[in-house]
Design a protein. Structure first.
Lengths: 296, 249
């Protein structure tokens, strides 16, 4: 039971990151590799600031701002220097590795200060792992609400239109460059915030903790879409959260079957590949099924 | 009468195969209020580049573009979109598929204007949009339909409505009926002509269809290798027959 609670808690916290990734991957419609750098950026920033005596909430806010700056760097290379988005993301991600090392001063650091967001506001009085669930729900509620409200504003609609059909958006007088900046900055801000949360939950920050984070985020998005296809945009944010929990539960089951934990990234990639292929497999299955009915 | 738009010796040159190629080669054109100019030309004549130059999608190499006597040559596409709207040939290019018809219309209504953090504007505008699309029977009662669920003809009709919802100074139609089936194309062209007359719009329409070129519009220009080789005024165009145009193709 404790394992399931812990898995749901992990799923909820990682869902915050998946929502950040959703902004670039699904709303702006491009893959952003920056997250593999902005995620540890958030973690190292939060750990360093808390270790330096800063309030954990404020430290996470700073991590969010740093994440926004990472998104700004990618957006600048993409929109102003005409570097393809994939390459721009990889460049920022690579540069952030050094930045993260500079911030942390070494490859990893433990969080030795007792204060963190998981033991404040009476959360430490909750049963084991329920603090993660509680905090995850609160943060997800705030972010999902704010994002839903934003996407329904004129500015939000302009961001959606930019990802949807850039030619049309530009001909509607939308400054698509600004929209790309907004999307990339907010997305990486949220991802860095998640990095800060995970670092506090795990009790340490590591400059390599971003490796594979994009796969985790994408898995949550894709699993959510496979389970709930064709739902409105605001509901899709909730499907991402469900997808994140389901992904963690799948991983838990796989690991319970006795797989080596060293194979975790391999297993994650295989799960994502299967999820990505699932819509085509499903369509093929229904085609065969329908043809079978016709021949009868 | 003062022209709405003036193209003064507009040139667009690209570097291709070690030579400079003039896509637009010294275009001089004055567009007056309520002109409906039909633009004809073979593939590669420079028709779409001319529209790109006017909208700002493609910067010109030389020359000036004036809108209401103001030089807009260096202004970007987003800024010019406040005054100039365009309907593309591909129905998918003109609309946002993940938005409803009403949301698309709201986007178009705010064309070129500041987009603020207001979510109630859509609700406020719904009755207005309902009345607006009622002029186009194919879209009636489809305000809340996602655009990706519409047919090509419906999407192109929506693109046209989006282009005119905020009355543009200049409406550009880039073969906007070419990708549709004959009946839908004919219906949309008739609706386009009716709307242009009713709303007294100034329009420039690129077409390959000689019948449409003769039937619609009050002026006609033919482009060849980036130059205007024929420019007919209202009286001359009124006498024009379809076979007269064959020599230019």
């Amino acid at each position: 039971m404790n394992l399931i609670v812990s898995t749901i808690s992990q799923g909820l916290i990682w869902a915050v990151m998946a929502i950040g990734l959703f902004i670039t991957f699904r709303i702006l419609d491009f893959p952003d590799m920056t997250v593999e750098g902005s995620f540890p950026l958030g973690a190292v920033t939060t750990v360093m600031l808390i270790q330096g005596g800063m309030n954990p909430e404020l430290a996470m806010l700073v991590a969010f701002v740093f994440g926004c700056l990472a998104g700004f760097a990618t957006a600048f290379m993409y929109a102003k220097m005409n570097i393809p988005i994939l390459l721009a993301g990889i460049l920022t991600m690579t540069a952030l590795y050094s930045v993260n090392l500079r911030i942390l001063g070494k490859a990893n650091m433990s969080l030795t200060k007792p204060d963190n967001v998981f033991n404040q506001f009476g959360l430490d009085k909750l049963p084991t792992n329920f603090n993660g669930i509680f905090l995850g729900i609160i943060i997800l509620t705030i972010i999902t609400f704010l994002l839903t409200v934003f996407l329904n504003t004129e500015k939000g609609q302009a961001v959606i239109a930019t990802g949807d059909n850039e030619t049309m958006a530009a001909s509607m007088g939308i400054n698509t460059t600004v929209m790309k900046f907004i999307g990339l900055m907010v997305s990486n801000g949220i991802v860095a915030l998640t990095g800060g949360l995970i670092a506090q939950q795990n009790g340490f920050a590591d400059v390599n903790m971003g490796i594979g984070s994009i796969v985790i985020g994408l898995s949550a998005i894709i699993i959510g879409e496979v389970i709930y296809p064709d739902v409105p945009l605001s509901i899709r944010l909730i499907t991402v959260i469900i997808g994140s929990i389901v992904y963690r539960l799948i991983l838990m089951i796989v690991l319970q079957l006795g797989f080596n934990t060293n194979d975790l990234k391999l297993i994650s990639a295989i799960i994502l590949a299967l999820c990505l292929a699932l819509p085509s497999i499903r369509a093929e299955f229904f085609k065969v099924f329908r043809n079978g009915v016709k021949t009868k | 009468m003062k022209p709405i738009m003036e193209l003064d010796n507009v040139e667009k040159t690209i570097y291709n195969d070690n030579t400079n190629l003039n896509i637009l080669d010294g275009i001089n054109l004055k567009i007056y209020p309520q002109d409906f100019i039909v633009v004809l030309g073979t593939n590669g004549a420079g028709k779409s580049t001319l529209l790109d130059a006017i909208t700002g999608a493609n910067r010109v190499t030389n020359g000036k573009i004036l809108l209401n006597n103001k030089d807009i040559t260096t202004e970007n596409l987003a800024k010019r979109a406040q005054f100039i709207s365009r309907v593309y040939q591909d129905p998918k290019l003109g609309t946002s598929p993940r938005m409803t018809v009403a949301e698309n219309l709201l986007l178009a209504q705010r064309r070129g204007l500041p987009r603020r953090l207001r979510s109630r504007r859509l609700k406020e505008n719904l009755p207005k949009f309902k009345e607006f699309i009622s002029t186009m029977p194919t879209l009636d009662n489809r305000l809340n339909t996602f655009t990706e669920k519409l047919s090509g003809g419906q999407r192109q009709t929506l693109s046209f409505l989006m282009a005119i919802i905020q009355k543009p100074e200049l409406l550009l139609l880039d073969e906007h009926t070419a990708a549709l089936d004959p009946q839908t194309s004919s219906d949309l062209m008739a609706a386009t002509d009716r709307t242009i007359k009713e709303k007294k719009l100034t329009c420039m329409m690129v077409t390959h269809n000689l019948t449409e070129a003769v039937k619609y519009g009050n002026r006609l220009i033919v482009l060849k290798k980036g130059k205007i080789i024929l420019d007919l005024n209202t009286e001359e165009k009124a006498k024009l027959k379809e076979e007269d145009l064959l020599e230019y193709f």
